[in-house]
Design a protein around this ligand. Structure first.
Ligand SMILES: Cc1ncc(COP(=O)(O)O)c(C=O)c1O
Length: 363
């Protein structure tokens, strides 16, 4: 494959209106913006003592069909900290560790926040697909009761994972069974739980099956990536694991005084299962993009995406011109791997335009 001529960019078709850089690059859904504006009406009591927050709690209880405890947070890192700090406080001792995969956002993308704020050790286990197996968790039993080792307290998995892979319901249940058998609690980082739910059936039942019914104790339920302006929810499915969560959220600086605005965002996303519709749409368009570029010369599109991200390996000379035309992130430069991600607002036209650009460059 020859290097593109310097003026090749001038001949490119128009880039997509929305890039494939990240679902975080998307704006907020109009329904979310409308809800925030509607919430901006007069005074409401602060710190969650308002009607929008009460409604939000009700909507989450309906969603999980259970008396779950909700703690809204500003961002995903904060939600993970609220969840993990509370779960750790529900277990004995400050000498606990969190078992996670080497790819876990809490391990590689939170600037050491769990270590600093929770003063905990992360036991990051190797994983080619970013998933943890029950066997790997079980192997950690050898440190239990050994005075020289931080004591595993929590298993944290990400669904879908940072590599776009997905645990099946059966796999999550097996993780939970093993963890519980060892006396550990299970946290799910669900920053993209909408995409995971969409992939596993696209229904509320699918969400319940992989979380509350599988035995998950708490989940960081993402809002921001699926159309919120900036809102995440920690949902404690196990009431014991939620003890003290209202105090701990404040201690770790995630208690919003004007909570109504966080709640309003989720109220818009949860109404009529908008969050799920958007997840289904984003996943579907990732599959369409994959189908449109798979087989092009210089493009190893990888497996059909399970959720809303594709990790293709490209002929090296394609990467820079494509990025200059419509930006996306490198993933693993050692194998010329990049990441393309759809968002809640990606359209079929964006996919067609992006694929046309890839086709144009691959000749
Ligand atoms: C798996 C996962 N967890 C959590 C987050 C939330 O991070 P932030 O603190 O940037 O909202 C992200 C965002 O990229 C993520 O991908």
């Amino acid at each position: 494959m020859t290097a593109p001529a310097p003026d090749l960019l001038d001949t490119m078709p128009p880039p997509p209106q929305r890039s494939f850089a990240s679902d975080n690059a998307a704006g907020a859904h109009p329904a979310v913006m409308d809800a925030v504006v509607a919430a901006n009406d007069g005074h409401a009591l602060a710190y969650g003592s308002d009607a929008a927050t009460a409604r939000c709690e009700e909507l989450f209880r309906e969603l999980f069909d259970a008396d779950v405890t909700i703690r809204l947070a500003f961002n995903g890192t904060g939600a993970n900290i609220v969840a993990l700090a509370t779960m750790m406080a529900s277990r004995p001792g400050p000498h606990q560790a969190v078992i996670c995969s080497e790819w876990a956002h809490i391990n590689v993308d939170e600037t050491g926040a769990p270590e600093r704020i929770l003063a905990t050790k992360l036991i990051d286990l190797p994983s080619a697909d970013a998933k943890l197996s029950p066997e790997q968790i079980r192997e950690q039993a050898h440190v239990q009761g050994v005075v020289h080792h931080a004591q595993p307290g929590i298993v944290s998995i990400t669904q879908p994972t940072e590599l776009g892979t997905l645990y099946s319901v059966k796999e999550i249940r097996a993780v939970c069974d093993t963890a519980h058998d060892m006396g550990l609690l299970v946290h799910v980082d669900g920053a993209r739980i909408a995409n995971a739910t969409a992939a596993l059936g696209g229904t509320r039942e699918a969400l319940r099956a992989m979380t509350i019914e599988a035995g998950v104790d708490a989940i960081s339920f993402g809002g921001t990536k699926i159309g919120a302006l900036g809102a995440e929810a920690v949902v404690f499915l196990n009431p014991t694991a939620a003890t003290g969560s209202e105090f701990i959220r404040k201690q770790v600086t995630q208690l919003a005084s004007k909570m109504r605005y966080l709640a309003a965002q989720f109220n818009a996303l949860l109404a009529d299962d908008l969050w799920l519709q958007l997840g289904v749409q984003a996943n579907g368009l990732a599959r369409t993009l994959h189908a449109q570029v798979a087989g092009l010369p210089g493009v190893d599109a990888g497996p059909t995406p399970a959720v809303n991200s594709i990790f293709p390996c490209l002929a090296p000379e394609l990467i820079k011109p494509l990025q200059q035309w419509s930006f996306f992130w490198d993933w693993d430069p050692s194998i010329n791997q990049v990441r393309w991600m759809t968002g809640w607002d990606t359209t079929p036209d964006d996919v067609a335009a992006f694929a046309a650009g890839v086709r144009h460059l691959t000749g």
